[in-house]
Design a protein around this ligand. Structure first.
Ligand SMILES: C[S@@+](CC[C@H](N)C(=O)[O-])C[C@H]1O[C@@H](n2cnc3c(N)ncnc32)[C@H](O)[C@@H]1O
Length: 220
């Protein structure tokens, strides 16, 4: 895949099937922290000792690993569980050539594959990461857990419509704990309406790398 150095110095890749990059050109690692990890208040939740994150579109793993870095830097003894949904297992090979400045990125070299569940996982005393391979539209229905934070990071709505549809977002909202925050880069009116139809309360996220804000949506 074509590699691009983004404006914060971190690399991203271009997916040839979608003809889109995995991250914003203004900064891939910056995007992970500023559009996902911080709006979802990972640092604050880690202080309480336990948090569970739903990561939609694992991609190159920046959002998931940035969340682990933030949680561990906030409270070394907290437990963080991340459930990532990803349909393309070839990205797990592609990301091996990347060296983002993320303290825990190396754990992706230690993933174990479970063929019975078509899932990759990493587990130590405090960190549990599971990457379930398959269409997230189907996988979401199999999850019985409730989440404290959601990273919604598909490709653009025009190229990846199923993950921005009310049906899928309703399945996501049903699995959020009261007070849980969903963060996404899109600020499109239609996407915000879909989040509202799914039962979430929508607001502006931070402005990062461009003039418009991103979006946060809270489960009441
Ligand atoms: C913008 S990238 C995500 C970047 C990622 N969050 C990161 O931090 O590197 C979108 C990801 O969603 C995945 N994806 C797209 N449609 C999907 C679907 N229906 N089910 C599961 N994953 C999907 C793509 O394969 C791609 O890896």
């Amino acid at each position: 895949m074509e590699k691009l150095i983004t404006e914060d110095g971190s690399e991203t890749l271009r997916n040839p099937d979608y003809d889109e990059f995995y991250h914003s050109k203004s900064g891939a690692v910056e995007e992970a922290f500023e559009k996902y990890v911080r709006p979802c208040r990972i640092r604050e939740m880690a202080k309480k000792g336990h948090l569970r994150v739903l990561d939609i579109g694992f991609g190159l793993g920046y959002n998931a690993i940035a969340a682990i870095d933030e949680a561990m830097n906030s409270n070394k003894s907290c437990e963080i569980e991340i459930f990532s949904l990803e349909k393309d297992k070839t990205v797990l090979e592609e990301l091996r050539s990347l060296k983002p400045k993320l303290q825990h990125y190396g754990i992706l070299n230690g993933l174990e594959y479970d063929p019975a569940n078509n899932a990759y996982s990493y587990e130590d005393k405090n960190i549990f990461l599971k990457i379930k391979i398959g269409n997230a539209v189907d996988t979401i229905k199999t999850l019985s857990q409730r989440f404290d934070a959601v990273f919604l990071d598909p490709f653009s709505p025009s190229k990846n419509p199923e993950l921005w549809a009310v049906e899928f977002l309703s399945d996501v909202a049903d699995r959020m704990n009261p007070g849980a925050i969903l963060a996404t880069y899109s600020y499109a009116k239609k996407i915000r309406q879909n989040l509202e139809k799914a039962g979430l309360e929508v607001g502006d996220g931070p402005v990062v790398g461009r003039r418009s804000p991103s979006t946060v949506a809270v489960r009441k």
